[in-house]
Design a protein around this ligand. Structure first.
Ligand SMILES: [Zn+2]
Length: 95
């Protein structure tokens, strides 16, 4: 039995409300050619800041987000929060 792992969450990966993650924290660290999401990145609904959950894995000193991660209230389109529903098929972080 190995350590718990999470699929790395990336720019354009989906949220439960059908929004897509929009990486705003950084512009040069990728997984599968998509920007790696980190704490506070939002989504296409304009809010829904992600809560990072990786175990000491950072991009530009900001903690990385793995699927499945919680997120803040999404905002304009509906009242709920926007947890992740997708991540990399083959890039993982410990949790
Ligand atoms: Zn939403």
């Amino acid at each position: 039995m190995g350590l718990p792992v999470l699929q790395v969450h990336r720019d354009t990966d989906t949220r439960i409300c059908a929004a897509l993650t929009t990486v705003v924290n950084q512009d040069d660290v990728f997984a599968n050619f998509l920007l790696v999401a980190s704490h506070g990145d939002i989504c296409t609904h304009g809010a829904g800041a992600l809560t990072a959950n990786a175990d000491e894995v950072y991009v530009h000193n900001i903690l990385v987000v793995g699927h499945e991660a919680d997120a803040a209230i999404c905002g304009q389109s509906h009242a709920g929060s926007a947890p992740t529903t997708e991540g990399s098929p083959d890039v993982f972080v410990g949790s």
